[in-house]
Design a protein around this ligand. Structure first.
Ligand code: HDL
Ligand code: ZN
Length: 449
């Protein structure tokens, strides 16, 4: 809908709308963000690229630079649609070096076709933000520039360009690479720019496998979940929440996840009600559920092989209702679940909806979902997280999201103006501060009754 149509529809005068537009866009552009879910790490976690000032660490967890940007798993999925496995077998692609994979993706998705998808456009937004010229199409030159960036300063620069003042990690304790680093150096996460989050999917998704690992790690637990297994798992969670200094606990759950009461016969439901939620409530920490990821539907694609499935909002409702002493952060992966999830949040103040996750992080869906959430939840939700896996993605994911969030807010404040209500600049900045930072930080510090 054009601005003129919007003005006509909202009956607000054009100059008034333009004043609202300037005010809102400035407020969104200026507002710092605490990015509540990423897969980023401080340099101490090692970096495969190595970079000018950092020892290359092939197992490194901090991904950065143009080759990592181009081989982001979203782009791997997209390149196999055009250079199909019959032309380039999966195994041959995975045998390539990172730069060879990046060259392959650059050729097929940027040169032989216009880089029009959201993931492709993101790479170009990022290059442009660093002052590199995408029109050059000079991949060699981009590589040279990134290799010259001293990593620590580069992180500061990226956060400044993205307007992010704190990066929340995903510390997956069942991942050996991640766990070993904490056991070798308890201070590995001590970088004030980053905050820890304990991620423990297997505990809820696959108790028998998790129990075997717990026993290996000195927390004896049997395949059949009994009281001693519950006690071990609680001790394990407590030890790691403290080691990581976790802001919240998190799991990603499949579309088939169900919670129908602690005694619904599911291991996952007992682990939630007897282990996870009591330990987090005791520490006053929220529990984040990211629901709807069907893992490895195409295992050949590795990280790019996951799929979306519709999930059960009623299970989220039951958890929010049955555990009033816990706080729940929740995001769902299916577009079809978004409306019911927002309505669920209207019912429970201990349920905070966040982000346009993964396959939803596209302009058409971010606009639709954010508009719907403002209309249903006002300012009481967290519109976005980046989910960045490569450091420099913070730049494009937040630039793209800020623009979309501002688009929605301009319309909403213009609609408000049309009623005769007057909103001051201070009030708009206060509201935007809630959406992009304070709703999350307030939710972290709130203690439920
Ligand atoms: O489980 C998750 O945290 C997801 O965000 C996955 O990491 C997914 O692969 C992803 O990168 N989404 O953006
Ligand atoms: Zn993620």
């Amino acid at each position: 809908m054009s601005t003129v149509q919007k003005v006509r529809r909202s009956k607000v005068r054009l100059e008034e709308r333009e004043a609202v537009e300037t005010l809102v866009r400035d407020a969104v552009a200026d507002q710092s963000v605490w990015d509540l879910h990423t897969h980023l790490y401080p340099p101490a976690f090692g970096s495969p690229l190595g970079g000018a000032k950092h020892s290359a660490d092939p197992r490194g967890l901090l991904l950065w630079g143009i080759d990592e940007l181009l081989t982001y798993h979203y782009l791997v999925a997209e390149v196999f649609r055009v250079a199909t496995p019959s032309e380039l077998p999966y195994a041959d692609f995975w045998r390539m070096t990172k730069s060879e994979q990046a060259d392959h993706i650059w050729r097929h998705l940027f040169l032989e076709r216009s880089p029009i998808s959201e993931s492709c456009r993101g790479v170009l937004t990022t290059l442009q933000a660093f002052g590199l010229d995408p029109a050059d199409r000079d991949l060699k030159g981009y590589r040279k520039w990134f290799a010259q960036q001293p990593l620590d300063e580069h992180i500061d620069r990226v956060m400044e360009l993205a307007g992010v003042n704190r990066i929340t990690m995903t510390n997956a304790v069942f991942d050996d690479n991640e766990r070993q680093r904490w056991l070798e150096d308890e201070k590995v996460g001590a970088d004030p720019r980053f905050a820890g989050v304990l991620r423990f999917d297997p505990l809820v998704r696959d108790w028998p496998a998790a129990a075997a690992k717990l026993s290996e790690w000195g927390y004896p637990a049997g395949e059949r979940l009994d009281q001693s297994g519950v006690d071990s798992a609680k001790r394990f969670l407590g030890d790691w929440i403290d080691r990581v200094d976790a802001l919240y606990g998190a799991v990603s759950l499949p579309p088939g996840f169900r919670y129908e009461g602690a005694d619904d016969g599911r291991d996952g439901s007992r682990v939630l009600s007897e282990v996870v939620l009591p330990v987090l409530a005791e520490r006053g920490l929220p529990f984040a559920m990211m629901i709807g990821s069907e893992l490895r539907v195409n295992p050949e694609l590795r990280d790019a092989g996951d799929m979306v499935g519709q999930s059960d909002v009623s299970s989220v409702v039951r958890l929010a209702r049955d555990f009033p002493g816990n706080r729940f952060l929740c995001t769902m992966l299916a577009r079809e679940n978004q409306h019911a999830l927002a309505v669920a949040a209207r019912k429970f103040g201990n349920l905070m909806v966040f982000g346009c996750w993964w396959f939803l992080n596209n302009p058409s869906l971010v606009d639709e979902i954010t508009r719907m959430r403002v209309e249903l939840l006002g300012l009481s939700f967290v519109p976005q997280h980046s989910d960045a896996r490569v450091l420099e993605q913070l730049v494009y994911k937040w630039r793209h999201s800020r623009e979309l969030i501002a688009d929605v807010l301009v319309d909403k404040y213009a609609d408000l103006a049309a009623t005769g209500w007057r909103t001051t600049e201070g009030e708009v900045r206060r509201d935007v501060g809630l959406l992009l930072e304070k709703n999350f930080t307030n939710f972290l510090s709130r203690r439920e009754s």
